[in-house]
Ligand binder design. Structure first.
Ligand code: SAM
Ligand code: DTB
Ligand code: SF4
Length: 353
């Protein structure tokens, strides 16, 4: 019988999952993964910082906060043409989703038409679109949806009871409110958090509990491992045990069985073997391309080789996200030679199942 989708998870249950012997936890997570996904398929997103640095917020992990001396300089919002050129290159390298990030507390209303133009043109390339722009009003979320936005990324970042140690310039409830506006606008939600910020296991449980008891599980759940950047308050934090990171992925997979669990920031410093354990634990999405927003990510050749060595294939774009002028399922291809997306999926894609 298929695992039920639950929204009534309890702290003790998640804690007990974390405490399972590692092989048992991975076995259970892998079993849940197979019920809902082809474990050979991994969704591939590319990030672009369309507005970098100068952010007024005080997120203790973030290189883009104006108040920390991290060497990231404030830049203006990019031109649409430059964004589209980067999106086309990402598509041609094998990405199926393009995520545009802005170092804003929240967008100004006058920014929305500019971002909407980017979304429309990126979508016209046949890519799924995602944006992460900070807090949104209901009207702003609606306007982005009308421009063709598929996903909005807005993270809870950490447990409610650790939040005050990390961010002081906005409240947890502000994040929940933005997620509500995003859901109400009919956008898909991408929402996760960061580990390795000096939190305890109980805080990691608290983050997953907060995510798994949202009114709807996020469609994508990015699990970021803190990228430590000199100048940020969290630089110098104790390194997380890599197996604890894998446990975090596995518990996320078990409690949110239908969500895409993204192995997000921090991959550059991970071995191929650790990443393979994360895929075994139920991760089925990555950021692909040599940069996240301001920090590094594995180079594409390394990821192409990893996919080939593990027999992983990039997931197809959902049909309803594909270019309306060119309807049909679009398939990303990551090959060791790179290459453009085409119509042939070789039978490994989701719709073939
Ligand atoms: N400014 C918007 C916001 O905060 O919602 C959007 C961009 S913000 C950079 C997106 C997410 O990136 C954050 O919520 C956080 O989870 C993640 N992030 C930022 N810096 C990070 C770091 N050094 N390591 C890991 N994740 C990080
Ligand atoms: C998410 O959860 N992680 C991504 C994306 N959503 C926007 C961002 C990671 C940023 C890592 C630090 C940087 O490159 O600036
Ligand atoms: Fe600003 Fe977002 Fe960075 Fe926080 S995470 S400082 S809101 S860019």
């Amino acid at each position: 019988m298929a695992t039920a989708i639950r929204h009534d998870w309890q702290h003790d249950e998640l804690q007990a999952l974390f405490e399972l012997p590692f092989p048992e936890l991975l076995f259970r997570a892998a079993a849940v993964h197979r019920e809902h996904f082809d474990p050979a398929q991994v969704q591939v997103s590319t990030l672009l910082s369309v507005k970098t640095g100068g952010c007024p917020e005080d997120c203790a992990y973030c290189p883009q906060a104006q108040r920390y001396d991290t060497g990231v300089s404030a830049q203006k919002l990019m031109d649409t043409e430059a964004v589209v050129a980067r999106a086309r290159a990402a598509r041609d390298a094998g990405a199926s989703r393009f995520c545009m990030g802005a170092a804003w507390r929240s967008p100004k209303d006058r920014d929305i038409p500019k971002v909407a133009a980017m979304i429309r043109e990126v979508k016209a390339l046949g890519l799924e679109t995602c944006a992460t722009l900070g807090m949104l009003s209901g009207e702003q979320a609606q306007a982005l949806r009308e421009a063709g936005l598929d996903y909005y990324n807005h993270n809870l970042d950490t447990s409610p009871d650790y939040y005050d140690s990390i961010i002081h310039t906005r409240q947890y409830q502000d994040r929940l409110d933005t997620l509500g506006h995003v859901r109400d606008a009919g956008l898909k939600t991408c929402c996760g958090g960061i580990v390795g910020m000096g939190e305890t296991r109980a805080h990691r449980v608290g983050l997953l509990l907060a995510l798994a008891t949202l009114p709807a599980h996020p469609d994508s759940v990015p699990i970021n491992k803190l990228v430590q950047v000199a100048g940020t308050p969290l630089h110098g934090s104790a390194e997380l045990d890599p197996f604890e990171f894998v446990r975090m992925i596995a518990v996320a997979r078990i409690v949110m069985p239908r969500s895409m669990v993204r192995l997000s920031a921090g991959r550059e410093a991970m071995s191929d073997e650790l990443q393979a354990l994360c895929f075994l634990a139920g991760a089925n999405s990555i950021f692909y391309g040599e940069k996240l927003l301001t920090t590094g990510n594995p180079d594409t050749a390394r990821d192409q080789a990893l996919f080939a060595r593990l027999g992983l294939v990039p997931m197809a774009v959902a049909v309803d996200a594909a270019d309306h002028d060119h309807p049909g399922t679009v398939h990303a291809q990551i090959t060791e030679a790179g290459g453009a997306p085409g119509d042939g999926c070789g039978g490994g894609c989701a719709h073939a199942a």
